[in-house]
Write a protein that binds this ligand. Structure first.
Ligand code: BGC
Length: 307
């Protein structure tokens, strides 16, 4: 786990100033405490889509550390997927699982079925699916092409549908294995704050995330009687390649902080830790929920002083 050194001089300033009143350059570094890794997913197999970078990579590494065998799904960058697998299997956790990269386009029905077949062949079954693969193709409405609209809906929404469908088929076929989990299976949809926050210039992306919300809840309602849990994690701004332009320069970071009451960008581990817990039996009574991990981005920050 990454632990960044606390900036002591900044910490001193924090005691006398509200975070809101600090300049971006004075904001404290994120101190991500090393968490105690417990093997809460031992004996289970997870598929993480889009796991070669960003949030997917963070989740794959964390699930593996918690004992799960992990299929590292990717589409284009085999070397990056290998790197995720390497990181996952060299985490130093004695109860860690195995990790294997599998290429598949989540928007392609037969490729998704092929990925599940490979996972089942290698690890015996699938217990957890993290529907993470997603992309942005931004444009003002009048300039957005039909191809851009379709691409984003195909990957972000149809891809999650296809993987959820295969997951439910496998969970029902196999049923509950009491020795590993009290649920027959868990699906976690990686949505976004934009399942509720409208986003000008990103109509395809926001529509895909709004769609994930109702897809997730409808599936959750349908499969709950089989003891299958389906939830969403809704990240805010997380430091990953998808939104590099929003955090990479001090000016961009300052502007981003206006949207985040907690005054820091999120890190992939912020999402990964919730994903591990949500898939564990400690979260057994949670289904159909959208859990926001966003430093308060959905709290209408403009109303802190206005209204
Ligand atoms: C998007 C990011 C954005 C964040 C907050 C995410 O879903 O992928 O680009 O920074 O939402 O707006």
């Amino acid at each position: 786990m990454t632990t960044l050194n606390p900036n002591h001089s900044t910490r001193a300033k924090m005691s006398s100033a509200r975070i809101r009143d600090l300049k971006p350059s004075e904001l404290p570094e994120v101190v991500m405490p090393a968490c105690e890794v417990r093997p809460v997913l031992k004996g289970q197999t997870a598929i993480v889509t889009g796991a070669s970078s960003g949030i997917g990579k963070g989740i794959a590494v964390a699930l593996c550390a918690a004992g799960a065998n992990v299929v590292i799904n990717y589409i284009g960058n085999a070397a990056a997927a290998e790197e995720t697998a390497h990181e996952a299997t060299h985490c130093g956790c004695e109860n860690r699982g195995e990790a294997v990269p599998v290429m598949a386009d989540v928007s392609d029905e037969s490729q998704v079925q092929g990925m599940f077949a490979q996972a089942i062949k290698k690890f015996g079954t699938v217990d957890i699916v993290i529907n993470n693969a997603g992309l942005q193709q931004d444009a003002p409405l009048e300039e957005m092409t039909l191809a851009q609209w379709r691409k984003v809906i195909d990957v972000n929404l149809t891809g999650q549908f296809l993987c959820a469908r295969e997951a439910v088929r496998e969970f029902k076929r196999r049923g509950i294995r009491e020795d590993v989990s009290c649920a027959a299976g868990k699906i976690v949809c990686i949505s976004s704050v934009h399942e509720v926050i409208p986003w000008a210039g990103h109509v395809n992306y926001a529509a895909s995330k709004g769609g994930i919300m109702m897809m997730m809840k409808s599936i959750a309602q349908e499969v709950a009687p089989w003891r299958i849990r389906v939830n969403s994690i809704c990240p805010g701004a997380i430091r990953t390649p998808i939104n590099r332009s929003a955090w990479e320069t001090p000016e961009a970071y300052a502007s981003l902080m206006k949207l985040i009451p907690y005054k820091r960008i999120g890190e992939p581990q912020d999402i990964a830790r919730l994903a591990v817990w949500l898939c564990s039996d400690e979260a057994d009574y949670i289904t159909g929920a959208s859990l926001f991990v966003d430093g308060g981005m959905t709290l209408y920050p403009g109303f802190e002083t206005g209204g």
